[in-house]
Design a binder for this molecule. Structure first.
Ligand SMILES: C[C@](O)(CO)[C@H](O)COP(=O)(O)OP(=O)(O)OC[C@H]1O[C@@H](n2ccc(N)nc2=O)[C@H](O)[C@@H]1O
Ligand SMILES: Nc1ncnc2c1ncn2[C@@H]1O[C@H](COP(=O)(O)OP(=O)(O)OP(=O)(O)O)[C@@H](O)[C@H]1O
Length: 321
């Protein structure tokens, strides 16, 4: 009897920005305790998982050449982790993964984490797993601090390594402009630079998180703009001093406020509304301070399977293992 091969599953996963990022001291395991407010943005990667005799991974799209198209890819680590968790052979999971990058690579927007989260959601559907959200979040947390949020989406308060989440109410949509840099920054180096700056002096620390949560609940971008804060910003700017100019240029172009996204170097600018965001993006892209500019909104959903209508180009991916 012929086995029926399930059709490929396409998952869309969002980028994130940290509208508030408070970094504690370095812990014994090398991580830092965080208190952060994440927001998922409408800048996506698309990940297709398909049954295949030959395992493999392929990466296309924006800056795909900077992403490993081999088993060191975080999405492949997600395949192995989930296979192991559900008792399949992690060395021979019989799947292939195709990633279409839209999220900047090493940009502080959780690109690799989004792909890992999308892979978990895609495989849960492809393998018809009866797996709870909490279980999937545990597998996600073992892959990286940002992976649980990429599953969760929306707006959420993160603590611990950033992987313990509770939802935050965000009324209305917020409009963002993102300035993508020419080169990425490594997340561990930015945390290390913050430790160095703190050993030498007192780089600025963000204020309390409660007013940020209140501003998100009111939905007033002006109120939120006054409160954007990121303890990693000083470290990212120290490693990439040109970011100071980018941050200034976004505000000069009409944004309400700008912030380095996570560990950078992407800068995220909060705008009054969608029209203002388009104007700011157009002006900023003419100034020559960044590689390219994107407009995005948040909050959006976490990683989720795309319907047939949403995914018209759902042809099985070509993968060269
Ligand atoms: C900067 C943020 O994007 C903010 O959301 C995250 O904290 C980083 O999350 P991520 O890239 O998923 O991080 P991981 O892949 O788990 O860790 C990469 C490295 O970042 C540093 N790291 C990360 C998270 C954290 N709470 N403390 C840390 O010090 C550690 O050096 C770690 O080895
Ligand atoms: N699927 C993937 N997509 C992007 N980068 C990946 C992936 N898998 C592994 N990597 C590697 O991970 C590094 C970090 O890339 P990523 O785009 O996740 O950074 P980031 O967005 O700054 O992460 P974060 O915001 O979570 O700290 C890259 O240098 C890349 O080589």
């Amino acid at each position: 009897m012929l086995a029926v091969v399930p059709p490929p599953v396409i998952v869309r996963a969002p980028a994130k920005v940290n509208v508030h990022l408070a970094v504690g001291d370095v812990r014994k395991d090398g991580y830092h305790d965080l208190l952060t407010v994440f927001q998922a943005l409408s800048l996506n990667d698309e990940v297709t998982v398909a049954v295949a005799d030959e395992p493999g991974i392929e990466v296309v799209g924006d800056s795909a050449e900077m992403v490993p198209a081999d088993f060191s890819n975080l999405a492949w680590k997600a395949v192995e982790a989930l296979a192991e968790y559900v008792g399949r052979d992690p060395k021979d999971p019989k799947v292939r993964v195709h990633i279409r990058k839209g999220i900047p690579v090493a940009g502080g927007m959780a690109g690799g984490s989004a792909d890992a989260a999308a892979t978990l959601v895609g495989l849960a559907s492809l393998w018809k797993l009866e797996i709870g959200k909490d279980e999937l979040a545990d597998v996600a947390a073992a892959l990286g601090a940002d992976v649980p949020f990429c599953l969760h989406g929306g707006t959420a308060l993160g603590s611990g390594r950033g992987d313990r989440l509770v939802p935050v109410l965000a009324r209305h949509q917020f409009h963002w402009v993102l300035a993508l840099d020419h080169e990425g920054l490594s997340t561990p180096s930015v945390f290390k630079e913050l430790d160095r700056l703190r050993a030498e002096g007192e780089p600025p620390r963000v204020g309390a998180v409660e007013p940020v949560v209140e501003a998100l609940a009111t939905g007033d971008p002006r109120q939120l703009a006054l409160l954007l804060g990121n303890d990693l910003q000083a470290a990212a700017v120290s490693l990439r001093p040109a970011l100071r100019r980018t941050l200034r240029a976004g505000v000069d172009a009409g944004a309400l406020a700008g912030i380095v996204s996570g560990s950078g170097p992407t800068c995220a600018f909060l705008c009054q509304d969608g029209e203002s965001a388009v104007r700011v993006a157009a002006e900023l892209s003419g100034v020559g301070v960044c590689r390219t500019v994107r407009v995005a909104q948040g909050p959006v959903h976490g990683a989720r399977v795309m319907s047939v209508e949403e995914a018209p180009r759902a042809a099985p991916p070509e993968v060269h293992a």
